[in-house]
Design a protein around this ligand. Sequence first.
Ligand SMILES: [Zn+2]
Ligand SMILES: [Zn+2]
Length: 420
Amino acid sequence: MIDPAENQTSGKNVLIENGKVAAWLGSNEKAPEDAEIFDATGLIVAPGFIDLHVHLREPGQEYKETIATGAAAAVAGGFTSVCCMPNTNPINDNAAITRFIIEQANKAGFANVFPIGAITKASDGTELAEMGEMKAAGIVAVSDDGRPVPNAGMMRRALEYASNFDLTVVDHCEDKSLSAGGAMHEGMMSLLLGLKGMPALAEDVDATRDCQLAEMTGAKIHIAHISTKGAIEAVRNAKARALDITCEVAPHHFTLTDEAVEGYDTNTKMSPPLRSKEHLEAIFRAIEDGTIDAIATDHAPHHSDEKNLEFDRAPFGITGLETAVGLAFEKLVHTGSINLTRMVEMFSANPARIFGLKNRGTLKVGSVADITILDPDLKWKFNVADSKSKSKNSPFDGWKFRGAAVATIVGGKVVYRRKY
Ligand SMILES: [Zn+2]
Ligand SMILES: [Zn+2]
């Protein structure tokens, strides 16, 4: 068992009662007679993994993904909880939509779904959304992901307002005046491929601006899908000044560079884009030194008809729920970049802390029995055709991995078991 939140790595067993962790049992302690036993010999029992950043497309674009298909993909990938971005249709900028998402998630079962509300009404950057009402309905954070608040004055008001409700602001850092019309990272590759670039600077300036606004307002900012050296530097400096700033990285950003765009596969098109090698190296340093707090997928399902367009016309985004754990094992743990405890922390304890999800991200007695069971050595291949997601837009089809989530337990119920 590994529980980074409790500083625990041990051979203890976890006793679950009524959906909660009831006790930790040593190897000599017996489970109650009627207890159902899950034999995790040779496996790692970890707190349930929490994905801070997914797009579930419901309401409005159910042909791409529904809350039920997204939640099924989540548990198949080892996630017990997902936090879904508000850019649905209509946008989750009011309590009625928040309640609808929670109802659909309860009907679907599988994973816990925590909605993220919009910062501004319709995420258009002009008028603040009713954060208090959405919080009462169940949102866990606010974000205008994909349509970042363009104006510093509005962002300042948003941060002050969100602070009143103790809500973390999730920040997609992109100054669109620098990146508009771009399809990939701006650099040598965009030049070679003849595609319009999105400069790293677009992310850097927005991240730097918002770190300064966090300092001014004292608000909590979580930077989404960090991908540039400059943005990482801004976060590192902010943390050194003890500001309330955290950040996440998406698995594709520690796995691929812009060289993957050669061949114009639209499954290498996402926002922020795959960056060049120097940024990838900065990401690794930031994962290793703790500047990056969490791994989040930015799971963004799109229909194949949309992804089959020319590169510059195809939508941004890839699916990620079922490949995140495999990529983290392959690229971070088995390479020696970080150890397994740190990986578990980036998927569980830290995400729970960032959004203030009480009694989750830990196996301490009394917490919700959300558990991810890992086999660090399982060899497997990802076939996108078998994905539980409704969309198949993954650049990792056919990739081979060592290390996987083999069972997912939500509220004490086994909701997924990998077939060997
Ligand atoms: Zn985003
Ligand atoms: Zn996103």
